[in-house]
Design a protein around this ligand. Structure first.
Ligand SMILES: NC(=O)c1ccc[n+]([C@@H]2O[C@H](COP(=O)([O-])OP(=O)(O)OC[C@H]3O[C@@H](n4cnc5c(N)ncnc54)[C@H](OP(=O)(O)O)[C@@H]3O)[C@@H](O)[C@H]2O)c1
Length: 455
């Protein structure tokens, strides 16, 4: 069956940076058929050639533009004009496109108007899974706004037609977390508070807001990163073994963690990098945080007493996302080995830019010394792989085309994540200015007594 992907917001950063490159790869991997089409919708009165000329200046990766062009159609479109939806419906049905994906690469406030438009024009019928709608994060700005967007969507679509993207879930090592945890029996008995001292979930960036000030200043690190990516990682780390590894069972296991997880409001540090207020499209008095540190606990028997530390922000020392599982020491460690350094055993799940798993454990120093030092077993996920591992958006786009919802967020997860965040986002927050990562680490140590370098 011929497939169509209809992109609303085709002149935006997401389309240029992620969606066009993902389509280019899917074509070359022969995951799209020659008769499949990408319909690029925009409110600009231009033709496909000018769109492509402009896109070439925006897309950073090398693409095979000649082949890509043969899959693209440009459509002038006014989101507020019901006739444009009706015309699009005619265009798709006249060309025989039945299996259609509507991708909303738009500001979230436009989701309801487009949902209404595509529904009332007959582009999508409620319950017809051959028509699917993809929504980007953030899904709302708080619990109330997310609920109100969702109420609108459920008027027009069944949950089975709604794909809410959290692109972190498309990353190789995030998908790999469940395999590492549940395909290796050694972790079965040890993955709980008896053996795990703490969990650190980090997503650091070196860049500032760049050209996304308009979006970022309204959202901040709490809602841009913690509400979605970091909480999803915590859910995958904290969940018990699902009944099966089918989509709904995995989500059922994740939602239990999200319902039991609470941020410790008194632990939170909000930071804003020096120079943020001078960035383009940032309010000169902005109180938006570009960094957040928070401690959380999962209040159930499996995790009692094991803290989770979340660290995420911009303009830090390096670009790195990873999850560190710090294991407890044997109670008698220093009695058995008087020179042992405590807290050396850890499992590091590397998410980006490298992906892999590193196991750090206590070993004897080689030679005559009886020193105990950290040794490393380091698995690089992509190194031994001949060919390319997929980028998150390639995987996610392909999954939408194949009606596979495993890596998409279900409504109750979104609701639970906003409940966690809402409790702290209404806090009156001191905002610490930082020049660099060491600055903000010093603040966390002084204000909260947590030494990040020792975690
Ligand atoms: N960029 C990323 O890496 C990224 C990552 C994760 C999630 N997201 C999410 O993806 C969505 C799009 O992000 P983006 O970065 O692509 O934003 P963007 O660069 O600001 O682009 C937004 C797109 O929406 C269109 N648009 C905005 N208002 C419109 C209106 N009133 N009528 C018609 N079209 C309108 C813009 O068209 P014009 O060109 O005509 O203004 C543009 O094509 C957002 O929900 C964002 O949160 C983005």
């Amino acid at each position: 069956m011929k497939k169509a992907i209809i992109i609303f917001g085709s002149t935006g950063n997401l389309t240029y940076k992620k969606l066009l490159p993902a389509v280019d790869t899917l074509i070359h991997e022969k995951r799209l058929n020659p008769e499949d089409r990408i319909f690029l919708l925009a409110r600009h009165d231009i033709d496909l050639s000018s769109y492509i000329e402009d896109a070439k200046t925006q897309v950073k990766r090398h693409l095979d533009w000649e082949t890509l062009e043969s899959y693209l159609e440009f459509v002038y479109f006014n989101l507020n004009q019901p006739q444009d939806y009706i015309d699009l419906e005619k265009r798709l049905s006249n060309k025989g496109y039945i299996d259609n994906t509507f991708y909303l690469a738009l500001p979230p406030k436009l989701f309801p108007v487009v949902a209404k438009g595509i529904s009332e024009s007959g582009l999508v019928q409620k319950g017809d899974d051959s028509k699917r709608i993809v929504f980007e994060k953030p899904f709302g700005e708080d619990l109330d706004s997310a609920r109100s967007i969702n109420r609108e969507l459920w008027k027009y679509f069944e949950e089975s037609q709604i794909y809410r993207i959290d692109h972190y879930l498309g990353k190789e090592m995030i998908q790999n977390i469940l395999v590492v945890r549940f395909a290796n029996k050694i972790f079965g008995q040890t993955w709980n508070h008896n053996t795990i001292r703490n969990i650190v979930i980090i997503a650091k960036e070196t860049e500032g807001v760049m050209n996304r000030g308009n979006y970022y200043d309204k959202i901040g690190a709490l809602r841009d990163m913690l509400q979605s990516h970091l909480l999803q990682m915590a859910a995958l780390i904290g969940m018990t073994k699902p009944r099966t590894f089918q989509s709904e069972d995995i989500k059922d296991a994740k939602i239990k963690v999200l319902n039991d997880l609470k941020l410790d409001a008194s632990s939170i540090v909000f930071g804003q990098y020096d120079g943020y207020l001078n960035e383009a499209k940032i309010d000169e008095n902005s109180k938006t945080e570009t960094f957040i540190f928070a401690t959380a606990h999962i209040y159930n028997d499996k995790w009692k007493g094991t803290p989770i530390y979340f660290i995420t922000g911009k303009k830090l020392d390096e670009k790195r996302s990873e999850i560190i599982i710090n294991f407890k020491d044997d109670n008698n460690l220093t009695q058995i080995f008087s020179n042992a350094t405590p807290n050396n055993s850890k499992l590091i799940i590397k998410v980006a830019p490298e992906d892999g798993v590193k196991f750090q454990l206590n070993v004897k120093q080689p030679g005559l010394s009886d020193e105990i030092i950290p040794g490393h077993l380091d698995y690089c996920h992509t190194c031994d792989w001949i060919g390319n591992t997929s980028e998150a958006y390639e995987k996610l786009l392909l999954d939408v085309l194949n009606h596979n919802k495993t890596l998409f967020t279900r409504w109750d997860e979104i609701e639970a994540m906003w409940e966690i965040i809402d409790e702290v986002q209404k806090m009156d927050k001191p905002l610490y200015k930082y020049k660099d990562y060491s600055d903000i680490k010093d603040i966390i140590k002084t204000e909260k007594g947590v030494d990040i370098d020792a975690l």
